[in-house]
Every structure is written in C-alpha cells, then in structure tokens.
Ligand binder design. Structure first.
Ligand code: BDP
Length: 672
C-alpha cells in the first residue's frame, strides 16, 4: 500500500443498490463514490436533492441544513426501507454521500444511521504555494500537482482524485498558485490552464481562486503604475476579472500577499491595505467574487516587535474593507511556529470577516519526515478565547462569523500536497490535510476524534493499530515543541530552509530574521518581554487576556517565554528552575519520539509493509534530529548562561562549534 488512496479506500465488496433521483454531474459523482467505497449495505440507498418530488414527499427535516448541509437517514420509499442521502443542493448530497461512507468505515451501524450536518464556515480553502516552474514553496511532497506544461490539454486523472479527496472533507476552494505570485498566472494561457482545472473540480463542489500579484497591471498590462486609486489601474483589474469570469464563470476570486517580504502592494503608492483590497474587490464584485487579503505583514512600522506589526497596521482599517473582502490572518503573530499564542487580530476587527490561515505543510515542524499531527495545534488555536465579547469568544467563533454575525466566513490551509505517490510526503502527514478539512467543516470537532476517524479510514478498524496511531498522533506535536522550542520559545531555526537548530544566529540583515531577536537570552535570563516593561504586545489583546499575560505567574507556561524575559532560576510550577524545566522539556521531546518508535514497532505485523517501513524510517530520522535539536540548543544555552546541566541530564554529544558548523545547503521547498 503506497498510500495513494488516502481516506478513499475502495470497498472490497461494494454496495450495489444505489439509485440517484434527479440529474447532475455532481449527483453522478456522489453515486459513483458510494458504488466504489461503500461496502455492501443492509439497505438500498437513494440520493437526491431535497426538492426532488420523490424526496420532498418524505417530508424530511431539511430546512435548517442551508446550502451545503446534508441529511442521511432511513425512510420508507416505495414501500421499502431505504437510506436517503439528501440536502438542498447537489453539493450537499455529495457531502452526504461522503459522510455515509465515513460513518461506515468508522464503524457505524447503517441500519440505524442518522446523520445531519452543515458546515459552520463558508469558505474552506486550500492555499497552494505552487510555482509556475513546478516547484512548491515550503512543499515537501515532491513537485507541484499541476503540470502547467501539459495543461490545459491534458487533465491528469490525478486532478480528479485530488478533488475527490478534498470533497470528501468538504473543502470547497483551491487557490492554485503561490502567494508569492508571478504576474504570468494572470495571462490568457494560464487562465486557460486554471479553467481546465476548474472544469475538473466543479462537479466536486470546488471553486478555483488565484493569487494575484499586485503589480500585474505594470508587468502584464504595461501600465506605468499599480496605484489602486488610479482609474487606469482599476479599469485594468476590472477587464482582467471580466476576462477570467468569461472563462471560469464560478471563479472564486483573488488571494493577495501585499507589502510583505518584498511583494508589491498598495503601500508602495502610500495607499492603505484597505484601498488595495477594495480595488480588487470592486473588480470581482459584479461576478460575486471575493478577495482574501493577507495580514501577514511585518513592514518596518514597529521594528521593536514583529509580533505587533500586523495588528498595528490592520486594526485601524476595521470597517474600511469592502463587503466582499476577508482579511486572512495566520494563527499566530509571527509565522507558523510549532506553538504560538493566537494572533491578536482575532476578535479585534469586529467589522471585518477574519479568515484563519493555518499551515498544513510542516515548514517549521520537521518537513515531511517528522511525525507531527497538527490536529491538536489547529484545535488549540480554534479554542483559544479572545475574550473580545466576554468569555467564550473563541477564535473559532470569530472565524465562523458567529461572534460578529458576518455573512462571509473562511478558513485557509497551506496545502501539503505534491506529486509524491502518497500526496503528502508521509502517511501521517495525510492526517494533517484531513484534520484541516474536518475542522474547516466543523471547528468544534476534537483533534482526538479526528485522529481516530482518520486512522480508521487509513489503516482499517483493527483497534490495536488505531489506538496506537492515535496515541502517537496526540503526543507528537507537543514533542516537536519540546525538542525545538519549549516554554514559548520560537523562531530558533536555521536560516532560509527553516530546518534544524540555529538559536545562535545573529547576523541576518533584518533584526527580526535572527533567532537571537526572539529569545533574547543572556547571562541573566531568557525570553521576549512583551509586557509594559517591554514591547507591550500584550496590550493588543482584549483586557482580560492582556491582564493574564501581563504577569508571568498567570501566563500559561507553554507561552511563558513568548511574553516574558525571566531569570534562569525563575521558579516554575513544577518546583524546578526555569533552566531545569527547559532541559526537562528538551529531554521529554526526545523521549516522546523514542516512545513513538517503540509503539510503532508493536504494530509492525498489523500494518502493510510499505507504509510501516517508511514510517519507521522517518521516526528514526526524527529521533536523530530531535537529539540534534536538543543537543545543539542546550550547548548554545549553556554558552550563554554558563550553567551546568541539571544532575542526570546527558551532555550534548558535540560541542557548540560542531553544531554551528553543520551545513544544510539543500532543502526541499526552499525558494532559491
Ligand atoms: C513564511 C514562509 C515563506 C512564505 C511566507 C508567507 O517562510 O516562504 O512566503 O511565510 O506566508 O512562513 O507569505
């Protein structure tokens, strides 16, 4: 088993009595999925839209389901007990079909089944950071899935399998190209390629979107400027949007990275992000398109603390964005670190729909090889309480639009797929794509439950395998936090590739690119003071949160050094000093990986050889590298604090100079 099937493993003896009422490509696809993946069922299955006369006559309670919600339940049809899969639209029926398959694969009794679910978030989107040259920025699963060379003429069957895998989770949008966008993606030949992909995806309920380069009017349109207030520029974007919609009538809209890490944007013309976004929004509005405008900026507005910059720039723009704009915000204020506190913009812009951007690809969590299940990390941010409107104002409620009653709501995941046979570079990485999709549909699902249902669909229902996989998954992300940066430390990795330890790095051009800027360790202590005596970033949070974070004794220890600079002998809740606790966490990280290895060994005879062996080899790599992280980090901290290791702790294998000399010249997914 090479993992190609993902969560779509075909049934060995599939159900045959499956009937569609009504007619559409999507309904046909839904029936096809059931005929392939649903194992022999005790009841016949009928699928169709709720307004089809045959189904309407059953008077099922479908009214509250909205456009995309489904209902799966047994009813008497033509005198036979029948499983009905229905919803208002054919998309909803498709989601119902996948839900039925999932329920069966995870052990539900079909005779008693009663499923009813509607997505809480409207836009459930994958962001591909795929380049036109076939590489994928921060991609660790091979080349881009999109073969730009043979598109639009050849539609690789893999595109269809990709759409199926996404539709099974309820993902309904795909941004095709990197946020660091090339202007060529907006030219006619590339629009034709996007159109070909849109045609594959459409029956699966998936829209395509494009990342737009803000300066395209200059590069593609040969205008002198890209100033959003310039009528010629506005006219160019309007014409360009009309051109795209002529080819792709259900085109979703644009994603934009502007004035960030060298990308052009409205600030180049002294215009605000809102003015930039609104110009694009006006161009797509007549076609019901939207703009997802990223808040990942760290201009020199506030060089003292990068974590404050997006808030400083965007918060004053609340209320200034057009109705069809969403501001897309990363989960944390720096950049997809193994752990970050939730971004202070969540809850802080009540008049603006806020889209959450999560990274599924593991740029900072060990690329493809390290096992790190991100369901727990996604859950942590979604459950975080912004306190913006009192207790229970979770990030999930900001994102799903319920807290401030927005019509538009969205969530984005930076995809981890490529042309590897197993799509995601490792079996367990597939779980991160799965978890993103499931949480996008329902952000209140638990990471534990998602891990379990993924494992059941991936490895089959043997509880020994499922329990083991789930146990490994639930411990895995915390292990990465422990061995790379415990207690709220972050951004300690090597330059450029972001792989491996580099806490000593201090020579990069911009201060906020250097690990030393983030940990601020010296002889006396460690950590970034973000309280009143420091950058006062805590003041960007709602008062109740700010108050809690202002005091190291009420700050969660997992975020301690993110918010506070503390002496090495600071007393922790465990009774240990800060330094002792740090060492203990590094050790715990390494030993958790060893534990995962031992657990995986136990199920060797129960998992197919190919997937077992690849996972075992990757766990070995992870163990070696966890040790590398631990040893290099401790060697460095000791060179700074001059403290001995606590009794019983193993000395680093090499001296600091050795770790500093480790070179890492070639890394996948690193832009050259
Ligand atoms: C960082 C990546 C960089 C991306 C950037 C972004 O290192 O490659 O371009 O995020 O999100 O995490 O724009």
């Amino acid at each position: 088993n090479d993992g190609y099937d993902l969560w779509l493993a075909p049934a060995s003896s599939p159900a045959t009595d499956i009937r569609v009422v009504g007619q559409s490509q999507t309904l046909d696809r839904a029936a096809g999925e059931l005929r392939r993946d649903l194992a022999a069922a005790p009841l016949p299955v009928v699928l169709g839209k709720s307004d089809d006369p045959a189904i309407a006559a059953l008077r099922l309670p479908t009214r509250a389901l909205g456009e995309e919600g489904y209902l799966v339940r047994a009813a008497m049809l033509d005198g036979r007990k029948t499983l009905i899969v229905t919803g208002k639209t054919d998309r909803a029926v498709l989601y119902g079909a996948f839900a039925l398959i999932r329920a069966q694969k995870t052990g539900a009794d079909l005779a008693a089944i009663d499923l009813q679910s509607a997505p809480k978030i409207g836009l459930r989107v994958l962001n591909h950071w795929d380049n036109l040259d076939g590489s994928v920025e921060r991609g660790y699963a091979g080349q881009s899935l999109w073969d730009w060379w043979t598109l639009p003429d050849f539609k690789d069957p893999r595109y269809t399998d990709y759409a199926r895998a996404n539709a099974a989770l309820g993902i309904n949008g795909i941004v095709l190209n990197n946020v660091n966008a090339k202007p060529e993606s907006l030219t006619a030949p590339y629009i034709a390629k996007a159109k070909a992909l849109a045609e594959v995806f459409r029956p699966w309920g998936i829209k395509v979107y494009l990342s737009a380069r803000f300066s395209a009017p200059i590069e593609v349109g040969h205008l002198k400027s890209a100033d959003p207030l310039d009528p010629d520029v506005q006219a160019w974007w309007k014409a360009k949007s009309d051109e795209i919609y002529r080819e792709i009538p259900d085109f979703g809209g644009f994603l934009v990275k502007a004035n960030s890490e060298g990308q052009p944007g409205p600030r180049d013309y002294h215009r605000s992000h809102a003015e930039g976004a609104n110009m694009l929004a006006a161009a797509v509005a007549p076609h019901n398109g939207i703009v997802m405008w990223r808040a990942f900026v760290y201009a020199e507005t506030d060089p003292e603390d990068r974590a404050k910059q997006a808030y400083t720039e965007f918060k004053p723009l609340d209320g200034k964005f057009a109705d069809n704009v969403l501001v897309q915000v990363k989960n944390g204020a720096i950049d997809f670190q193994p752990r970050e506190p939730f971004h202070p913009l969540f809850g802080a812009m009540p008049k603006t729909p806020m889209m959450l951007e999560l990274q599924i690809t593991k740029e900072y969590l060990g690329f493809a090889t390290h096992l790190a299940y991100l369901g727990t990390m996604f859950e942590e941010v979604l459950e975080a309480d912004t306190r913006a409107k009192g207790k229970g104002s979770t990030v999930a409620k900001v994102v799903d639009g319920s807290l401030y009653r927005h019509k538009l709501s969205g969530i984005a995941g930076v995809a981890n797929v490529g042309r590897d046979r197993d799509w995601s570079g490792s079996t367990f990485n597939q779980a991160n794509w799965y978890a993103f999709g499931r949480l996008a549909w329902d952000p209140t699902l638990s990471a534990d439950r998602i891990a379990r249902e993924w494992a059941q669909q991936t490895f089959g229902n043997d509880p020994r395998v499922v329990d083991t996989a789930v146990k490994m998954m639930l411990a895995s992300r915390e292990a990465v936090v422990d061995y790379t940066g415990p207690l709220g430390l972050a951004h300690l990795m090597g330059t450029g590739h972001h792989y491996g330890p580099g806490p000593w790095i201090s020579d990069l051009a911009r201060p906020e690119w250097n690990p030393v800027y983030y940990h601020k360790a010296d002889r006396n202590g460690i950590g970034f003071d973000r309280t009143k005596t420091g950058s006062n970033a805590v003041a960007q949070y709602a008062p109740a949160v700010a108050k809690m974070l202002a005091d190291p004794r009420t700050t969660p220890e997992s975020e301690l050094l993110w918010f506070h600079h503390l002496p090495w002998d600071w007393k922790m809740k465990s009774g240990r000093t800060l330094w002792q606790e740090m060492v203990a966490r590094y050790d715990r990280g390494v030993s958790t990986v060893a534990q995962m290895q031992a657990e995986w060994q136990e199920v060797k005879s129960l998992v197919d050889a190919e997937r077992w062996q690849k996972t075992a080899s990757y766990l070995q790599i992870q163990h070696n590298e966890a040790k590398w992280w631990r040893d290099a980090s401790l060697a460095y901290w000791m060179s700074v604090n001059g403290l001995p290791l606590p009794a019983g702790a193993a000395a680093p294998e090499h001296d600091l100079a050795w770790y500093k000399a480790q070179d890492f010249p070639l890394a996948p997914g690193h832009p050259h």
